[in-house]
Design a protein around this ligand. Sequence first.
Ligand SMILES: [Zn+2]
Length: 307
Amino acid sequence: MIGRYVEIGDRIVVLENEYDANLTCISSEEGLIFVDTGRRDNLALKFRKDMEQKFNKETSHLLITHYHFDHYGAMAVFNDVEIIAAQSGYKDFSLALQTYLTKEKRREDVNEWKEEYRKNNIEPDAGRLLHWEYYPRNEIFLPTKQVKDELILGNDSEKIVFKVVGGHSKCTAHVYIPFEAVVHVSDNLATDSNGNDGVFLGHSMFFYRPGISSKTIDILEQISSSPIETTIPGHGPVINKEQTTRITKYLRDFNIIIRSSINEGLSLDELINDSRFTTFYDTKPDYWSTIIQRQYNLISEEIQIKK
Ligand SMILES: [Zn+2]
C-alpha cells in the first residue's frame, strides 16, 4: 500500500502518500482543484481519475505549493488544466528547467548519486529509491499562472485561497479552505504517526532543505490560534487542531534550546550530545545529528541577521 485516501468533510480528499508529498483534491463549483502531485505520475493519474469519478466532475486546476520536485514532479498528469504556483521562485524554476533540471542533467545526476552510494557501500532507503526512479524521467515544465501574494478561487461562500507565505522556501504557499476549516501548509510541516510527538523532523532536513525556521513556527502558531480545525501537512498524516498546537509547541521548544545554547557559546558537537534533547524523541532517529546541525546553522544565521 503506497497511499491512503483520507476524506475531510464531504469535499476534500487527501492521498497520504508514503515517501512522497501528499496529494489533495478539493471539489469546487468550477471543478476539481488538486494540490501538489508527488513524484509518482502513475499514482497521481489514478488519484485524478478516482476523484473525477467520485465527484463526477472535471479537473480545473492544479496548485503547486512550492517548486520542489516531490511536490510538482508528476505535473504532466495535469498538463491540460491551469497550473498555479508562486511568482517568487518562478524565475529560478524557469532557469533551472534549462540548466540542472533538463532531463539529460537529471539522468546524469541520478547515475552519479547511485555511483556514490555504491562506492560508499550505502543502501539507499525507500524514499531515495523512489526519487531515483521518477526524477530522471518525468516531464516537467512551467506553471501556467503565477501568484504574487494570493489568489482566490471559487465564490465568496466557498472560496479557496492560495496564499504565498514563505517559511520552508520563499516560494512556499498555503491553501486555505475556510468552508471546511482546513489549511494545507505544504512543507512548513511534515508529520509522522510513529514517535517524535507527531513531527517528522527529517523531511525538512534532507538535501538542500534548510531546517525549520522561526518564520515557519510563527506561521504554524498563527494557524493554531485561528479557526482552522484540520491541517494537511506537505508530508505525513493529516492532523487536527490539538495536534497542530502540540507540534508547534514542540518545534518552538526545540528551537529555544538550540537558540539559547548558541547564545551560551555551546559548540555543535556539545549540542548534538546534549541530554536536554532526549525529551524530543521517542526513538532517536539515525539522522539526529544532521537535524541538529541544520537547525544550528539556520538559527545561527537568524541570530546574525538580527544583529
Ligand atoms: Zn516536500
